[in-house]
Design a protein around this ligand. Structure first.
Ligand SMILES: CCCCCCCCCCCCCCCCCCCCCCCC(=O)SCCNC(=O)CCNC(=O)[C@H](O)C(C)(C)COP(=O)(O)OP(=O)(O)OC[C@H]1O[C@@H](n2cnc3c(N)ncnc32)[C@H](O)[C@@H]1OP(=O)(O)O
Ligand SMILES: NC(=O)C1=CN([C@@H]2O[C@H](COP(=O)(O)OP(=O)(O)OC[C@H]3O[C@@H](n4cnc5c(N)ncnc54)[C@H](OP(=O)(O)O)[C@@H]3O)[C@@H](O)[C@H]2O)C=CC1
Length: 515
């Protein structure tokens, strides 16, 4: 019997960010392994015209929850969606709901965050820092609380190259930042943002670091732990391989590469690609929840959930495997044939950006205009290149995260728990994982039918022929222009033609002699 699964039975669990990528997988695993848990409270806001209830309904009816519905048919009765907006005071939770949350919650998993790299500092602070502070204040009023698990990121200290499982303070206290966001206007915040984030690349990593400081400062007598996952990718094994439902991290770029929009990127092929499957993160999170509540460590423990030091894979190898999978299962209606080239050189990268990204977009838009349609490719390309510029920081460096606490926890688990809540990334086969990831993107994100693969392959063949034809035509035009303008080019051309003629005459003569 799994001790961790037994621990969650009968418990009331509060999850923030349950409608997000990680939150959904966390809920799914909880219901699947501990179907007799008491209730999961989730803080949900209405979004995109859907009420909180409609959003929960949609999640429960998704493919991700198919197994859960077999194991726990009354799952919908065990989810309590609470209307909440983490940007507002007391999260805009009603008095009755707040009362219930405070008096019943046993475990808190705080997953909600803004993960956008370009978020305005005010908004990123509100969600990643202030909301964390408010949630901790709420937690301190929960008499039955056994553990509070905060999800951070391994990149909260990406300004360092070696990162231990400790909290590194930022120069300005989070409380001062929170206060200043209340009275500074946007223009001043914009001005001071680069100074505040310092050598971090964006407001996301900076505010996640501030969030950790808040956790440390507001911990009071709570049992708290922090999990720091690296780049979270599709599921590895559970509930099935390759599940993914958003464009964050590598997923969006894999789509862009598979559709032939993105063919090269400025990145170091040998740099470690520290990807971690979402189910691995969730298994560690649940194990940490159990350990923190049962063993009550004296201080706040931080757990790195990374792959680089235990089972490294680099961007070059990853790109190669992604490309190999596109050969077998191409995406439909590609713009160009896929390529995945990581080049560390800035000039080469700028050249490929011009030749391989911008030029085809301009030519395609010209074609759209000619055929009376609205041009759109240049706009798409600009957006894509903006995204790429934001992730370049992460694909040009390698980090070293120590994983003592994570390894310690693994050794504390029973063999059964090590199996059911497996977070041993050493067992991950990258080639298999990446293949399933690409397949998962095709099925669950692009919703493409496997029956369309032969047609997609045909389409790629046509694109290859167009490519050859285009290159040949371009070469002939360039050569014709050169010949018209340069005596030297004419001489070279005359030499080549006469050489070919002599060679052919000799070949014909010798074959006639043999006969
Ligand atoms: C040739 C090489 C290609 C490679 C091919 C295969 C090689 C191997 C695979 C890997 C390639 C390399 C991947 C590296 C990824 C590294 C990421 C590193 C991150 C480390 C940080 C720490 C990790 C974390 O803690 S958090 C998770 C990371 N967070 C994110 O990923 C969020 C990033 N997104 C943003 O910040 C914004 O969305 C932004 C700035 C990219 C775009 O903002 P904008 O306001 O312009 O647009 P949106 O309204 O957000 O969206 C517009 C449009 O774009 C779609 N979209 C959104 N995000 C992405 C994305 N990441 N990629 C592609 N497209 C995206 C979105 O759906 C919208 O589409 P619509 O159709 O308009 O709705
Ligand atoms: N994905 C990754 O690569 C990594 C993620 N992490 C961390 O993991 C955690 C989960 O990330 P992930 O699941 O990928 O992120 P998602 O963007 O998929 O999910 C974010 C969640 O936060 C919720 N949220 C955001 N703003 C509010 C708000 N104002 N009120 C209520 N809820 C809100 C979202 O709700 P809604 O659906 O309504 O928008 C959503 O449920 C985050 O803390 C992130 O920093 C760490 C490392 C890597």
């Amino acid at each position: 019997m799994s001790m961790i699964a037994a621990f969650y039975s009968g418990k009331s669990i509060l999850i923030t960010g349950a409608t997000g990528f990680m939150g959904k997988v966390l809920m799914e695993k909880l219901f699947r392994t501990s179907p007799d848990l008491k209730v999961i409270y989730i803080l949900v806001r209405p979004k995109a015209g859907q009420t909180t209830q409609q959003r929960v309904f949609q999640i429960l009816n998704s493919k991700l929850f198919e197994k859960v519905k077999e194991i726990c048919p009354n799952v919908h009765e065990k989810i309590r969606a609470i209307y909440a907006d983490l940007n507002q005071n007391d999260f805009a939770i009603s008095k009755e709901d707040m009362q219930e949350l405070l008096s019943c919650t046993n475990i808190v998993f705080h997953c909600a965050a803004t993960v956008r790299f370009d978020d305005h500092l005010r908004h990123a602070v509100q969600l990643n820092v202030t909301a964390t502070q408010q949630l901790l204040i709420m937690a301190s009023q929960m008499p039955k609380l056994e553990a509070f698990i905060h999800i951070s990121t391994a990149f909260s200290n990406c300004n360092l190259t070696h990162i231990d499982e400790v909290i590194y303070p930022c120069p300005v206290e989070p409380k001062k930042i929170i206060d200043s966001m209340e009275w500074l206007d946007d223009a001043i915040i914009d001005e001071i943002t680069p100074k505040l984030i310092g050598d971090r690349p964006n407001t996301y990593t900076y505010t996640k670091a501030l969030g950790e400081m808040v956790v440390q400062q507001e911990s009071r007598n709570l049992n708290i732990a922090i999990i720091r996952p690296s780049i979270v990718g599709a599921t590895w094994q559970e509930p099935f391989p390759g599940w993914v439902d958003n464009l964050n991290g590598p997923s969006g770029l894999i789509i862009a590469a598979g559709k032939g929009f993105l063919r090269s990127i400025r990145g170091a092929p040998m740099a470690v690609a520290d990807l971690i499957p979402v189910d691995t993160v969730v298994n560690l999170t649940l194990a940490v929840g159990w350990y923190t509540a049962v063993h009550r460590p004296k201080s706040t423990l931080i757990y790195h959930c990374t792959s680089g030091n235990l089972n490294p894979c680099n961007w070059g190898k990853m790109g190669f495997q992604v490309l190999a999978t596109f050969e077998k299962v191409p995406f439909e209606r590609a713009f160009r044939r896929p390529n995945a080239d990581f080049t560390a050189n800035t000039i080469t990268s700028q050249y490929w950006n011009a030749v391989s990204h911008r030029a085809p977009a301009i030519i395609y838009d010209f074609y759209l205009r000619l055929t009376g349609r609205k041009p759109r490719m240049t706009k798409i390309m600009n957006r894509l290149l903006k995204t790429v510029s934001m992730i370049e920081y992460f694909v040009n460096r390698s980090w070293e995260w120590s994983t003592y606490n994570t390894e310690m926890l693994m050794s504390e688990l029973s063999p059964e728990d090590q199996r059911v809540f497996n977070f041993d990334v050493r067992q991950l086969n990258w080639l298999e994982y990446i293949e399933n990831y690409v397949l998962g993107i095709k099925k669950y994100l692009l919703k493409e039918d496997m029956a369309g693969i032969p047609e997609a392959k045909q389409h790629l063949k046509r694109l290859r022929n167009i490519h050859y034809l285009f290159n040949t035509a371009l070469f002939l035009i360039a050569w014709r222009l050169l010949i018209a303008r340069s005596q030297m080019a004419r001489n070279v051309w005359f030499f080549i033609v006469s050489f070919c003629y002599k060679f052919l005459s000799y070949f014909r003569a010798s074959s006639t002699l043999k006969v």
